[in-house]
Design a protein around this ligand. Structure first.
Ligand SMILES: [Zn+2]
Length: 643
């Protein structure tokens, strides 16, 4: 105990953690090692440590820091099931799925799938970064010979599936119009999911993925879906061919693809496909080797578990008994019709079970935390490795389902208007008899392994008295033990990063770079006004009225932008007669300004913007805009007062 409290940091696992890991070892089918065979099957070659270096010499990806995972036996500080998944995600290189279909895995959190046609190759998903995608394609060429990329398919809208497109499509191919195939509404969702709440999501994502944690048995070991987030350059390319309906087909370079739409599942726009020539099924990110997230910790629009399950059921109806191999855009494939069909059926039932049982318990009156405590997966699903909660987890996925149907309120008026953390913390500490009394009890409970409640109680103390070192230290120790206990990588990362911030403070992170021009260009003009609206500082805008006309010469769009009642609104397709000022400019120039490649005053001085009225009104509006910090406090009180 004394050693745990005062020893080096990060600390060792407590006795109760070691005991729980032993129970996990006894209850899960560790002797079933087929996944290890599957994850290594068809290996053709790789690069040392999957290391990818940018043109400027920066390492954007590399698995060397994870060498500690060579150890087969999990250390006491990592859940044995998560350790197993972390080791599986260490496989990297080019793999043959079936002759003619290949995957590059472990070069990014996501996979690139390569499907050969008569003379060329179709690239399915292009990883997070241009550097990563280029390296993946080069590796494929080394082993399969050079052949032209005849089409690119984006399975869905998350960046790790399209960010590197420019690494496989060069200028000449773009000019030739190489097909880029994506699900309907791809552009509408590719960036919008992360825009309005983007600054907060990026900070919260640090807790989900753990990029500031050291990699190691007491730090970050995995992300569940893959090792970690990739760095490198990202560019969004506009699809040229949208798949609109289930049953749509395309023949590319002599190979037929049959598509299935799966909107509002793992991503707002997502699709599956089957390739009859290779008897290959690809269910994108909806049937991978983990229980996925219905609501990631970074924050997102909650996902639809019922729809997700139905798409998997439909996939089975469409292609059951037909697929010899199934590969996803994360993790490793499975082979054999019976195993493919069984996995799809189990994943279908996993999402349906979570959905239906959550709703059943809701209708019995249970709240989200009560449901998380009550629900248990059936033995048949609990023992399926691909259903384990390495990324999502049943205990937070049920809360997402609750949120989807009922929202944040548990209907108990005691929680209707709760005091915020600092005020509540001060009252709790007072009621509980002060810091010393709380710490004395918490130390005893620590020995008993009651880390969940200690974390709650000490969080009140840290919010009431952030400078009480003993409170911060014991809260950090409790978070750390909870991290060691977690099977879900996202839980582990969240707890361990919380511990680290309590001990060391918030890491120094460089200022956030401006949004890349190509990303800005992908947004509709209305979305840009919406982004501006959430930056408006309401209190500063008190009593101000500003009316601006906008006329975009290239897109032929016209807008009235209006500040009134401390709210920024717009009307499309109109111009106001009494506007303070009117601006005429190409939309591309507005993109340059947002990407900080140009400024408004310079562009006006250079004659790139025509205007009438009083342009100072625009400067007045922009002076009311907040800049959002890259970092803010999460496990302790805000140091800056925000109004
Ligand atoms: Zn992904």
């Amino acid at each position: 105990m004394a050693q745990l409290i005062s020893g080096e940091m990060p600390k060792e696992a407590s006795a109760s953690v070691v005991k729980q890991h032993a129970a996990t070892r006894a209850s899960l089918p560790f002797s079933d090692t087929r996944d290890f065979d599957d994850a290594a099957r068809g290996f053709l070659g790789t690069r040392e440590h999957a290391r990818i270096v940018s043109e400027g010499g920066r390492v954007v990806w590399g698995l060397e820091p994870y060498d500690f995972l060579a150890e087969q036996e999990a250390p006491p500080t990592v859940d044995p099931s998560l350790w197993r998944q972390s080791r599986l995600n260490m496989n990297h290189g080019l793999f043959e799925v079936v002759p003619g279909v290949y995957q590059v895995r472990g070069f990014d959190i996501a996979n690139m799938t390569l499907i050969e046609g008569e003379s060329g190759v179709v690239v399915v998903d292009t990883l997070t970064s241009i550097e990563g995608a280029r390296a993946a394609l080069e590796l494929y060429y080394e082993h399969r010979g050079k052949r032209p990329v005849v089409a690119v398919i984006f399975t869905h809208t998350h960046t790790d599936h399209w960010g590197g497109a420019r690494g496989v499509i060069d200028d000449a191919m773009l000019a030739r119009g190489v097909p880029i195939i994506a699900p309907d509404l791809f552009m509408e969702h590719a960036v919008s999911e992360n825009i309005i709440a983007g600054p907060a999501m990026l900070r919260r994502a640090q807790y989900q993925f753990g990029p500031f944690l050291k990699k190691g048995p007491r730090g970050q070991v995995d992300c569940g879906l893959g090792k970690s987030m990739a760095a490198g350059s990202v560019a969004l390319l506009r699809p040229t061919d949208l798949i609109k309906a289930t049953g749509d087909k395309r023949t590319i370079d002599g190979v037929e693809f049959e598509f299935q739409m799966a909107p509002n599942s793992e991503a707002p726009a997502e699709m599956h496909f089957f390739v009859p020539r290779y008897r290959l099924l690809n269910l994108a990110e909806n049937c991978t080797h983990n229980f996925h997230n219905l609501l990631p910790f970074r924050g997102a629009d909650v996902r639809d578990a019922l729809a997700w399950s139905k798409y998997l059921g439909e996939a089975l109806q469409l292609w059951g008994g037909k697929a010899e191999a199934m590969c996803g855009q994360h993790h490793w494939p499975v082979w054999g019709t019976a195993r493919v069909d069984a996995m799809i059926a189990e994943q279908r039932d996993l999402y349906k079970f979570a959905h239906d049982q959550t709703l059943r318990l809701i209708n019995h009156g249970l709240t989200a935390t009560e449901i998380a405590e009550t629900i248990r997966l059936p033995k048949s699903l609990d023992g399926a490795w691909h259903g384990r909660g390495y990324y999502g987890h049943i205990r937070h996925n049920v809360k997402a389902i609750y949120q989807k149907y009922l929202g944040w309120y548990d209907a108990n008026p005691a929680n209707l208007d709760a005091l915020p953390p600092v005020e509540a913390g001060k009252k709790y500490v007072e009621y509980m008899g002060g810091a010393e009394a709380i710490l004395a009890r918490a130390r005893k409970d620590f020995e008993r392994g009651e880390f969940r409640f200690i974390a709650q109680a000490l969080s009140h103390l840290v919010f009431a008295e952030p400078d009480t070192a003993a409170a911060r230290a014991l809260l950090a120790d409790s978070f750390e033990q909870l991290g060691y206990l977690s099977e879900s990588s996202t839980w582990r990362n969240a707890y361990l990063f919380g511990a680290q911030e309590l001990r060391e403070g918030i890491p120094n992170a460089p200022a956030r770079p401006p949004m890349p021009r190509e990303t800005v260009a992908a947004l509709r003009t209305g979305q840009l006004w919406d982004m501006l609206g959430v930056r408006l500082n309401g209190p500063k805008a008190e009593g101000k009225t500003i009316l601006l006309n906008w006329d975009f010469s290239d897109t032929k769009e016209r807008f009235v932008l209006r500040l009134e009642n401390c709210a920024l609104t717009y009307t499309e397709g109109a111009q106001a007669a009494q506007a303070d000022a009117s601006f005429t400019l190409p939309r591309t120039l507005l993109d340059e300004v947002i990407a900080r490649k140009a400024t408004f005053p310079e562009a006006m001085a250079a004659g790139r913007i025509a205007f009438t009225g009083n342009p100072v009104k625009l400067a007045e509006l922009m002076a009311l805009m907040d800049e959002f910090p890259r970092m803010f406090e999460i496990v302790e009180p805000k140091k800056t007062v925000v109004t």
